[in-house]
Design a protein around this ligand. Sequence first.
Ligand code: BV8
Length: 248
Amino acid sequence: MPLRPDLIEILRDEAVPIVILTGAGISKESGLHTFRDPDGIWAKYDIAEVATPEAFVNNPDLVHYFYNDRRAGLRDPAIVPNAAHLALARLEAEWPGDVLLVTQNVDDLHDRAGSKNLIHMHGELLKIRCNHCDLLTVWADDLARETPCPSCGNAGGLRPHVVWFGEMPLEMERIYDALGKCGLFISIGTSGNVYPAAGFVQVAREEAEAETVELNLEPSSGATLFDHSAYGAATDLVPGFVAALLKD
Ligand code: BV8
């Protein structure tokens, strides 16, 4: 257990606000690929060719293919929330203080697990938006350059509602506000390579003097910035950690 029982007791008695950051590692045991592991998505695709605004201008067909494939993966009925997603939804429901879950993941597994106070800072795979009319809508099917916008009717402007490299992540003001007030910051299943998310631990430490915890398969790039850590699979670590916080 990364946190001592007496420290947990203090955090619970004070009902400290919690901010949780999750990354691709939490969805790995649900059957989704991570990005930077040897079998990860960036081993098969070049980031610059599929996950930048320039890629969408230069080769929209490849970008659509990349996201259609991942959207199809999410439609697979075998892909369901795992014990770690479910434990975080339970923590939000039962912790005496506020719990904000910030995910870098574009999958919908936290939503399906029941998390409500949830920010998808890198967007959502099952939503699209239109560059012509700003429509933002739920979309589970394939998308192509020729697909007309269901609102304005123009083709060519529909894009996945994901945050590409070089674009501003979503709801940053709300995230920094919560980080500046939290008493406990927990990072789960992220390699700590992508900013600004990789910098959240420092904000929680320096602005809020929060206790900081890393739960990951292996030490992340920012591992030394955390006060407490435990290493292993998310489904092994997270349910037990949540149970300890809730004093089961
Ligand atoms: C921005 C699209 C301005 C969606 C993704 C130099 C220095 C600092 C910053 C930069 C820099 N150069 C460029 C930048 C900025 C850039 C950046 O960070 N680049 C990096 C590469 C250096 N960032 C941006 O451009 C961002 N925008 O900065 O705007 C700004 C300025 C100020 C304030 C605010 C904003 C936009 C970033 C958008 C990223 N979008 N993809 C998609 O198609 O999915 S990135 C991609 O990486 C995913 O979105 C993913 O969520 C994200 C993070 O990856 P992880 O989730 O951490 O996944 P990873 O595979 O790396 O790690 C998985 C971990 O899980 C591993 O550690 C593994 O051990 C572990 N694991 C595996 N199995 C398990 C497990 N853990 C537990 N259990 C298991 N079973």
